[in-house]
Design a binder for this molecule. Structure first.
Ligand SMILES: Nc1ncnc2c1ncn2[C@@H]1O[C@H](COP(=O)(O)OP(=O)(O)O)[C@@H](O)[C@H]1O
Ligand SMILES: [Mg+2]
Length: 358
C-alpha cells in the first residue's frame, strides 16, 4: 500500500464509531476508550537525539558558573519525540534515522523500543558520535534553549538499502518528515515564509506554492495554532476575504475564557486572499492552547513535536480538523507538565484525553 503524505482528506472521513458490545462489568472507564485505528503504521524520517536537560533558576550570563536545580537525560529529536507521542496514543510508528554504536546511541534505541517505536530500520554507524542536545530550561522565563550537536558522520541516502526502504514503507499509512531534509525545508522557508508580511499570509503563500498540500498548520506556543485547509471544490462566485481580517474575526469570536483547548472555524469554501500573494479556496481554523497554571507549567521542550505526534494520530483515526486541533493542543499541554520532551507525553488512558474518545 502506498503511504500518503499527511493527507488531511482522510481526516475528513466521518470518525469511526467504535461501539463494542460490552457487559456492564466490562464498561470500566478504560474500556470506553476506543481501540486505536488499524491503519496506524506511520513512518518517520528525521532527527533522534539524547537530550541533557538542566533546569536553572535563571539563565546564566557569559562566564557565569551556576548550578542546575533539576537534571534529566532522556531521548529527544523532533522525529523521535513525535513518534514516541504517536506510539503512546496507540499508533505503530517506525523510525528512519541514524545513531552511532555508542552508549547514547544504544540508550536512544532502547528508549524508542520501550515506547513501541520500531527501530529495525535505523542505521547504526560503526564509528563517530550519536546526535545529542544540551537543553537549558529557564524556570524564570519558562524558555528552553537548545544546543544541538549533530550525529557524525551524518546519514547519507546510500546507507538506506532499497530493500530496507521498501519494507519500512510497506503497509505505512503516513510518512512524516521533520524538516531536517534541507531541500524541502529550503523550499518552504526561503521561497515562502520570508516573502510574506504576516504568518497568516505565509500560510496562503505555502498552499499556493505547494499545490499538493492539503493543509498547513502553524503552532504559536501558548498563543495556540492556526490551520489553513484547502477546499476540494473551487466553486466560482465564492465570498472573498483577506486572511488577516478573517483571522481577526475568528479571534473576536473565540471564547477567551476557556481554560481548555478549543477551536473555531470560518465558513468552508471561502476564497481567502493575501495581499500581493494570491488567494486559495478553503477555510481557516484557529485553535486556542490550554491555559496551564504557572505551578504546573514545567518545560515546553518538544511541545511542537507532541502536537505533531497527536496530528499523526488524528489523521489515522479520521478525526475532523475541529477535533484534531484541540486534541493536539491537549496532548502538547500534557507534555509541558514534565521536564523533557517525552516524560509528560500522555498515554491514551490519560484522563485528560477522555473527552476526545467520545
Ligand atoms: N506555554 C504553553 N501553554 C500551553 N500550551 C502550550 C505552551 N507551549 C506550547 N503549547 C502547546 O504546544 C503547541 C506547540 O507549541 P510550540 O511552542 O508552538 O512548538 P515548538 O515546540 O515548536 O516551540 C502549541 O500550539 C500549544 O498548543
Ligand atoms: Mg515553543
Amino acid at each position: 500500500m502506498k503511504p500518503s503524505f499527511l493527507n488531511p482528506l482522510q481526516s475528513l472521513r466521518p470518525a469511526p464509531v467504535l461501539l463494542p458490545l460490552l457487559s456492564r462489568a466490562q464498561m470500566s472507564s478504560s474500556s470506553r476508550i476506543p481501540s486505536p485505528p488499524d491503519n496506524g503504521v506511520v513512518l518517520g524520517c528525521g532527527a533522534v537525539s539524547v537530550d541533557f536537560l538542566a533546569t536553572v533558576a535563571a539563565f546564566p550570563k557569559p562566564d557565569d558558573k551556576i548550578r542546575s536545580v533539576n537534571l534529566k537525560v532522556e531521548g529527544g529529536g523532533n522525529t523521535g519525540n513525535a513518534l514516541t507521542c504517536a506510539a503512546r496514543l496507540g499508533l505503530k510508528p517506525r523510525v528512519i534515522s541514524k545513531v552511532a554504536d555508542d552508549p547514547q546511541g544504544r540508550s536512544m534505541l532502547e528508549e524508542l523500543e520501550a515506547d513501541g517505536v520500531d527501530t529495525s530500520f535505523m542505521v547504526v554507524g560503526k564509528e563517530g558520535n550519536s546526535p545529542f542536545t544540551y537543553v537549558i530550561v529557564d524556570n524564570q522565563t519558562k524558555t528552553r534553549t537548545c544546543i544541538h550537536t549533530p550525529g557524525n558522520p551524518p546519514l547519507v541516502p546510500e546507507e538506506l538499502t532499497h530493500a530496507n526502504l521498501s519494507s519500512a514503507l510497506d503497509g505505512a499509512n503516513l510518512v512524516y518528515f521533520d524538516g531536517r531534509l534541507w531541500e524541502t525545508a529550503l523550499v518552504v522557508a526561503q521561497e515562502t515564509w520570508t516573502n510574506a508580511p504576516s504568518t497568516a499570509s505565509a500560510l496562503i503563500s505555502m498552499l499556493l506554492r505547494l499545490p499538493n498540500l492539503k493543509f498547513v498548520i502553524v503552532t504559536l506556543g501558548e498563543k495556540g495554532c492556526i490551520m489553513l485547509e484547502r477546499s476540494t471544490n473551487e466553486a466560482s462566485g465564492q465570498e472573498e476575504v483577506v486572511v488577516e481580517s478573517l483571522l481577526e474575526s475568528l479571534k473576536t469570536s473565540m471564547d477567551a475564557s476557556s481554560l481548555l483547548p478549543i477551536c473555531i472555524s470560518s465558513k468552508s469554501s471561502l476564497r481567502i486572499s493575501a495581499n500581493g500573494i494570491g488567494a486559495v479556496s478553503g477555510r481557516l481554523l484557529l485553535g486556542k492552547a490550554e491555559v496551564i497554571p504557572p505551578s504546573e507549567l514545567v518545560d515546553t521542550t518538544g511541545a511542537g513535536d507532541a502536537f505533531i505526534g497527536a496530528v499523526l494520530y488524528a489523521i489515522c483515526a479520521g478525526m475532523s480538523p475541529e477535533k484534531m486541533l484541540p486534541f493536539a493542543s491537549q496532548v502538547a499541554a500534557a507534555g509541558c507538565r514534565a521536564l523533557g520532551a517525552r516524560s509528560g507525553l500522555p498515554k491514551r488512558t490519560n484522563p485528560r484525553l477522555a473527552p476526545f474518545w467520545m
